[in-house]
Ligand binder design. Sequence first.
Ligand SMILES: Nc1ncnc2c1ncn2[C@@H]1O[C@H](COP(=O)(O)OP(=O)(O)O)[C@@H](O)[C@H]1O
Ligand SMILES: [Mg+2]
Length: 244
Amino acid sequence: MDVARPPVIETRALEKVYSAGTEAEVVALRGVSLAIAHGEFVAIMGPSGSGKSTLMNLIGCLDTPTGGQYLCDGIDVATLDREALAQLRRDKIGFVFQGFNLLPRMSALENVAMPLGYARVPNEARADRAREALAAVGLENRGSHRPSELSGGQQQRVAIARALINRPPVLLADEPTGALDTKTGEEILALFKRLRDDGHTVVLITHDPEVAAHADRTFVMRDGELHEEGPYDTRVRAHTGVVP
Ligand SMILES: Nc1ncnc2c1ncn2[C@@H]1O[C@H](COP(=O)(O)OP(=O)(O)O)[C@@H](O)[C@H]1O
Ligand SMILES: [Mg+2]
């Protein structure tokens, strides 16, 4: 963890209201202030509907807040136009989802290369970088396989390689182990820890305390409010003797 640099993710009193002023109004985020340093592995827990995905969409620059501020690697995203925001998202953030979201007709290699712009990265370099990214997740021999020819854990590793292809510092994962059995989920968590040790910042959303226990810090969303969960961590360590 690098404390000399500014936080890679910093939110200040972030608010999100859906359908403001109508009967369907929902206050999804209430004054969320959060600072995550480069190289941290953070978990965000909370019940369904508490605002986890809303927060992830804002951190991932997929949506804009209705109040407060978000600094991504020191840049106030509200100052960016659409194009600059898309570029920031591409350069800074990799996304991983519960359902893997791979394209079924493409090989693992082609799926991984997808986020590389055709204009920006020539064909040969695309294949090289995709092969490198697949090797980094232990799938160097699976490049030509379609998603249907891979196990769930392998598909998720392809999705992680795709998320990392533009070398973003931040990996955002929304329930990445939700569709996997416990053992396969543990393998994915071990991969996240390795990425953290390589200097990546990992933000993991989960409803499973055993999954969250792998993170360095855990936050809990409750009805749009974010709380850091110090005592829980200590309890886990006291029970298991394992430092997550
Ligand atoms: N696009 C949307 N339009 C209106 N309400 C939404 C939208 N997305 C989420 N919500 C509402 O915001 C609240 C938080 O949702 P969400 O962030 O998806 O929670 P979680 O991921 O923790 O389950 C919920 O009450 C949900 O119904
Ligand atoms: Mg959600």
